[in-house]
Design a protein around this ligand. Structure first.
Ligand SMILES: NS(=O)(=O)c1ccc(CCCCO)cc1
Ligand SMILES: [Zn+2]
Length: 266
């Protein structure tokens, strides 16, 4: 079993904290919380790390919904049609959903940082260990239950693959709205460069369980200003409630404690 923990620290970015983090949330015993700052020079090259193999079936895509924290694209995880294997992973993991974290302005928004630099947004592709556990909810509670690929978004050229998601956002503006999304291949959001960092961490929103093998891609993808602005038109609030813009939905950095970040590259 893994221990629950969160010791959110003073927010180093002076960002308006997501309401979730204003209440002091310190659960004793946390030794592997996320997100963290990745200090490039302290990461250790591991020659035994394999390339990450990603094979997604675009027809496993189900829907997009606004869950009041982010917008998620969810997948049919009843078979092994969309999986990742290799990298730091002992088993193959099934794609469950992907979502993003972003800021109110381009100066911050990512959850992880690299040499204390933040990106305007970060993509998380969430997978679970279907070899050892019967379903996602069980896997969430186990130390090797989940594998999340993190991809940084930086301001630059328009991303055509992302645009199909952006075009659907007005339909999920309010919390608990959902629209069907039939075909989407999330590998178009993952940089072709194979380089990544990996470390043992946790979910960055409740239940904050220490069940995630993080795989953070070294190279960001480029998106343009309009696409980032489209994220910021989403709402934390349900239809009929007083509107609160969905921005700054990232958790503060957590202590590295007794962990080493490994790199797949020299
Ligand atoms: N930001 S994250 O990738 O760490 C992440 C992924 C998935 C969940 C959902 C947990 C649901 C438990 O039943 C929460 C957070
Ligand atoms: Zn996330």
């Amino acid at each position: 079993p893994c221990s629950l923990a969160a010791c959110s620290r003073k927010n180093t970015r002076n960002a308006s904290l997501h309401p979730l983090w204003q209440s002091p949330l310190t659960i004793p015993g946390g030794t592997r919380q996320s997100p963290i700052n990745i200090q490039w020079r302290d990461s250790v090259y591991d020659p035994f790390l394999k390339p990450l193999k990603i094979s997604y079936d675009p027809t496993t895509c189900l829907h997009i919904w606004n869950n009041g924290y982010s917008f998620l694209v969810e997948f049919d995880d009843s078979t092994d049609r969309s999986i990742i294997v290799g990298g730091p992973l002992e088993n193959q993991y099934r794609l469950k959903q992907f979502h993003f974290h972003w800021g109110a302005i381009n100066d911050w928004g990512s959850e992880h940082t690299v040499d204390s630099k933040f990106y305007p947004a970060e993509l998380h592709l969430v997978h679970w260990n279907a070899v050892e556990y019967p379903n996602f909810e069980e896997a969430v509670m186990e130390g090797n239950g989940l594998a999340v690929i993190g991809v940084f978004l930086k301001l630059g050229a328009r991303h055509e693959g992302l645009q199909t998601l952006v075009d659907a956002l007005p339909a999920v503006r309010h919390k608990d709205t959902v629209i069907e999304f039939d075909v989407f291949d999330p590998s178009c959001l993952i940089p072709s460069c194979p380089d990544y960092w990996t470390y043992a961490g946790s979910l960055t929103t409740p239940p904050l369980t220490e069940s995630v093998t993080w795989i953070i891609k070294k190279k960001p993808i480029e998106v343009d200003e309009d696409q980032l602005e489209a994220f910021r038109t989403l709402l934390f609030t349900s239809d009929g409630e007083e509107e609160r813009r969905m921005v700054d939905n990232f958790r503060p950095l957590q202590p590295l404690m007794n962990r080493t970040v490994r790199s797949s590259f020299h």
